[in-house]
Design a binder for this molecule. Structure first.
Ligand SMILES: [Zn+2]
Length: 965
């Protein structure tokens, strides 16, 4: 129900995800098994797709007569079906005068087709059948994808295929959707990863397509084209006609039907896409030439952070995918175990994180080494084959929508048979090729990008779109000479053999969670800081140890919580017990060094002080929590308590913690009792006994409670944020407490309102890029949030949400039984959707333990209740809790505003539209002036009762649960 749609993926984090991809074209050569077919729309069939050993699903590759490539996946057990289509064109192919056009087109294809002209038909259909959709535009790929309840796959595909057959792109939608693209750009303006990306673009040749601005805004998509008499709608069609050709597209469809049925479904629809036989674009010349290299660029970031990034020119590696030299290089450089580059940088106190990866476009590539710098640094890089083999063959099922999206993109780059395994199976070892590629990583091929607040006032240029301050300087010859002759460092060595690689191939994954509970942790901001710092330092200390374990599929995480901290272990079971014991031993003997303490204290303070730069929709939830919880330490409270911390305080607090605590554990996966008892015995002897610790008393309360809002109330809490450009509103209606029937009604209301909320407030009214409604639960109290991040003033946004609620009430009253039953069915399917990965399921169970609710089959219980819900009851329930005239409604509103006067901000063009939903007369809200005063004298809801009665505080280990896969 969270709809932030149309995400243009190209910030640095997404690059990472694509780091293993190596694009090129004309790949359909090699081993093909061609079967004759009597379907006249099929040119070729590929029946030998290499798949993981454990994968029971059936795969079939097709090449249709229009040259569209297809992979079909038949999974009779799936509870959700999915499809993705990727087109081999992206923002690098935008016309120079209309930058952002490829991205704008991606948005426009959602806005109605000849066969289904309604603007929201596709989204509405998917929403009513348990589905979701999204799309992204990359440099050279545009990907569209959706999922839907299995029985509706054919109808979903019919709506989807029309995007590529006959889209409408109506004049009126063009104008409105332009606002959505511009709001998307404005949302990213203050995001450092987007700002850095644009700087990296401008460092290259201004004549290269890489230089282009990819998102687009009013300037590049409206004002610029207008001044040149360019008709944007005609250009959208031109771009579409030129590039959206069947031979440029790859489709992946995942369904419960047989391969034969899926083949019929797909060929009847997608063979209608026309084939223009065009060549996908390619850029054999690198955007960085010798004129651009050997430069340093100093950048002033928004967040107070310090990073150094080395960007090397690198070749497009796709033709070497079977030997993958770049993977060896990024593995060696990015290694974190003993003797690694990172270990050495840490030893010298220069850095605490390092990342090495490469990415390739069609024809050229980059190799990146990113380092997180410490303050001190400012003032002055055949085991792997085996590991990848295991990762591929024991790959867990992921969500179909993610799976089809990934496959449809990679189909452009690898032969159909190898699409699934290309990123995992490296069956050739070519040392000469690796050496050849090492040669690219030399100082002459490099650009150094450094981001730091210390460059403030010392830059001489401003980036055009994002306004980033920067300065480009030449790397001195002295430094180049030094870099060419670095000498030997005795501390650096090749990775040692990895003791964690499983040798028993009867592999099964497990999740093991330990919750160490002592309320002392959340009793004051000082302790919260110490606990957070402790977990950061402990993770840092484990880097070398965990690196090998993680390569071998064993992961560990420690997290500070309001109750203490959580230890989470996940991975193959073969060496799990050894792994857990080693971590516990390290935990009990952990003593941070003075140097690491100072580095992390500084880093932690900086993160806290950066809190206002977090996404506004996230901040609205944070402020909402601050005004509705009985106990809540704000960022400001934590900042105030920073000074007094010293290194001894960490060990002191941990000592106190261990004298009086409880442990709750979850063992999830195919684990036997002996293994469990072995671990629990270890904890008894090594953690509990030596600390002579006593269990928590039953009066110890750990989870904070929520305040009770009075019926008929309307509160507003205003916060100023001058760092970010847009404003935001979050209206919360508090509805019910610990009542599964009421929760189910609320879930159904959320299901019914989610799609129209997006359609009215975003698509039609264009209030902002981020618009959604979401169910909220806190300590057993349930309600609904309406969130908008926007340039318009918050009072107007409040009116629009209230207007939407007036519409929703009318919609409930006029709804017919068929529509109501369809919505019920959609929700039930969502609730009963199985978790594809063990880890996701574990997290759901773990969440119930964290909340101390232990309602492990909550979704099934809700689904059962939803089945029996009556339209009349749900309508009454909606009116009671949401209608403005209801004496029972409980409303609280968070508004993030700016200091300058908002009164004269222009309203959106739609504000004068007579078709606009009428807003009810405004009810005055009571302003919350002092949060402490506000929450202190309010009644509190009780703690919700646990649903399982294993909770006995007299016993030390309160919950040990076994679940078999
Ligand atoms: Zn977008």
């Amino acid at each position: 129900m969270f709809s932030i749609r149309h995400c243009l993926l190209f910030s640095s984090s997404s690059l990472l995800r694509f780091s293993a991809r190596r694009p090129t074209r004309k790949i359909f050569i090699g081993k093909m098994s061609t079967t004759t077919t009597n379907n006249s729309t099929i040119q070729q069939r590929f029946e030998n797709i290499i798949k993981p050993n454990e994968d029971k699903r059936n795969y079939l590759g097709l090449k249709l007569t229009n040259n569209l490539k297809v992979i079909l996946i038949s999974d009779p057990e799936t509870d959700i079906s999915a499809a993705a289509l990727s087109v081999h064109v992206g923002s690098m192919s935008d016309p120079w005068q209309i930058q952002g056009l490829a991205h704008f087109l991606e948005h426009m294809l959602f806005m109605g087709t000849k066969k289904y002209p309604n603007e929201n038909e596709y989204s509405k259909f998917l929403s009513q059948h348990s589905g979701n959709s999204n799309a992204y535009t990359g440099d050279s790929i545009t990907n569209f994808f959706f999922d839907v309840a299995p029985e509706h796959l054919a109808s979903g595909l019919d709506r989807f295929a029309q995007f590529f057959i006959e889209p409408l792109m109506l004049e009126s939608s063009v104008n409105r959707e332009l606002e959505a693209v511009n709001s998307e750009f404005e949302k990213n303006i203050k995001d450092d990863s987007w700002r850095l990306l644009q700087i990296k673009k401008l460092l290259g040749s201004s004549k290269h397509d890489f230089y282009k601005f990819n998102i687009g805004n009013y300037e590049t998509l409206r004002d610029g084209p207008n001044s040149l008499n360019i008709n944007i709608r005609e250009e959208l069609f031109k771009f579409y006609e030129k590039w959206y050709s069947a031979n440029m597209m790859c489709l992946c469809v995942y369904g419960k039907e047989s391969l034969q049925e899926l083949t019929e479904m797909v060929t009847s629809l997608f063979s209608l896409i026309s084939n223009k036989n065009i060549e996908p674009p390619n850029w054999p010349i690198h955007p960085y030439s010798s004129d651009n290299l050997m430069k340093q660029v100093h950048i002033v970031p928004i967040k107070d952070k310090r990073t150094l990034e080395l960007v090397f020119t690198y070749p497009d590696e796709i033709k070497h995918y079977k030997s993958s030299p770049g993977m060896y290089l990024s593995h060696l450089i990015g290694h974190e175990s003993k003797g690694s580059l990172l270990s050495e940088l840490k030893r010298l106190g220069l850095s605490s994180a390092l990342l090495s990866y490469y990415d390739c476009m069609e024809g050229f590539g980059f190799f990146h080494i990113n380092v997180d710098l410490t303050e001190m640094a400012m003032n002055q890089i055949d085991q792997n084959k085996g590991l990848n083999f295991i990762k591929f063959n024991f790959m867990e099922k992921c969500n179909p929508i993610d799976y089809v999206q990934k496959i449809s993109s990679e189909m452009h780059y690898y032969p159909i048979e190898d699409v699934l395994c290309a990123n995992y199976l490296i069956d050739q070892f070519k040392p000469e090729l690796i050496n050849e590629h090492i040669d690219y990583l030399k100082p002459e091929n490099c650009i150094i990008a450094i981001s730091s607040k210390s460059f403030e006032g010392k830059t001489d240029s401003k980036e055009k779109y994002y306004g980033t301050d920067y300065k480009i300087i030449n790397i001195s010859n002295d430094l180049i000479e030094k870099l060419k002759n670095p000498g030997q460092n005795e501390q650096l060595m090749f990775p040692e053999p990895n003791e964690f690689i499983p040798t028993n191939f009867d592999i099964i994954t497990l999740f093991l969670g330990f919750k160490l509970i002592n309320p002392i942790i959340y009793s004051n901001p000082y302790n919260v800081n110490i606990n957070s710092l402790f977990t950061m330092l402990f993770k840092d200390d484990l880097t070398e140890f965990l690196y090998n374990a993680e390569l071998a599929g064993l992961s560990f995480n420690i997290q500070s919580t309001v109750m203490g901290f959580d230890l989470e272990f996940f991975g193959y079971n073969h060496k799990m017990n050894i792994f857990i014991k080693q971590i516990f031993e390290k935990l009990l003997n952990f003593k941070p060094t003075e140097q690491r303490f100072e580095i992390f204290k500084e880093k932690y303070s900086r993160n806290l002080k950066n809190y206002k730069t977090q996404p506004l929709y996230y901040l609205t939830s944070y402020y909402l929590k601050s005004v509705t919880s009985e106990l809540f330490w704000s960022y400001d409270n934590l900042i105030e308590a920073l000074d007094r911390m010293d290194i001894d305080s960490i060990q002191h607090l941990m000592k106190i913690f261990l004298t009086n605590f409880s442990i709750e554990t979850l063992f999830h996966g195919n684990i036997d009792e002996k293994q469990v008892l072995d671990i629990m015995d270890f904890i008894q002897k090594n953690v509990i006994e030596p600390n002579r610790s006593i269990p928590l008393h039953k009066y110890h309360q750990s989870v904070p409670r929520e305040i009770v809002l009075e019926p008929g109330c309307s509160y507003s809490y205003e916060v100023i944020n001058d760092i970010q450009k847009p404003k935001a509103i979050n209206i919360y209606y508090q509805v019910s407490f610990d009542d599964i029937v009421e929760t189910s009604k609320l879930l159904l209301i959320g299901q019914i309102l989610s799609e129209p909320c997006f359609d009215y407030l975003r698509t039609k009214e264009q209030l902002g890029y981020v618009v959604y409604t979401k169910l909220r639960e806190f300590s057993g109290v349930y309600g609904l949030n309406f969130v908008i991040q926007s340039d318009y003033n918050v009072s107007y946004l409040e009116d629009r949400i209230e207007a939407f609620i007036v519409w929703a009430k009318k919609n409930f009253i006029e709804m017919n039984e068929d529509e109501f039953n369809a919505e019920k069915q959609s929700l039930i399917t969502r609730l009963l959707k199985k978790k594809k990965r063990l880890h996701d399921y574990s997290m759901e169970l773990w969440g119930e333990i964290s909340k101390e609710r232990y309602h492990f089959n909550k979704n099934e219980d809700c689904a059962e209740i939803v089945k029996g819900l009556q339209l009349k009851d749900v309508t009454e329930f909606f009116i009671k809790h949401f209608a403005i005239e209801s004496p029972d409604r409980k409303k609280i509103m968070i508004q993030i505003v700016k200091t300058d006067s908002e009164a004269n901000k222009t309203l959106p063009p739609s504000a004068n539209d007579s078709d606009l939903l009428p807003a009810p007369p405004k009810k005055e809200s009571i302003l919350i002036e002092n949060v402490e005063e506000f929450t202190k004298y309010k009644s509190l809801y009780p703690l919700p009762k646990p649903k399982t009665t294993t909770n006995n505080f007299k016993k030390r280990i309160t919950t040990s649960l076994f679940f078999s896969k």
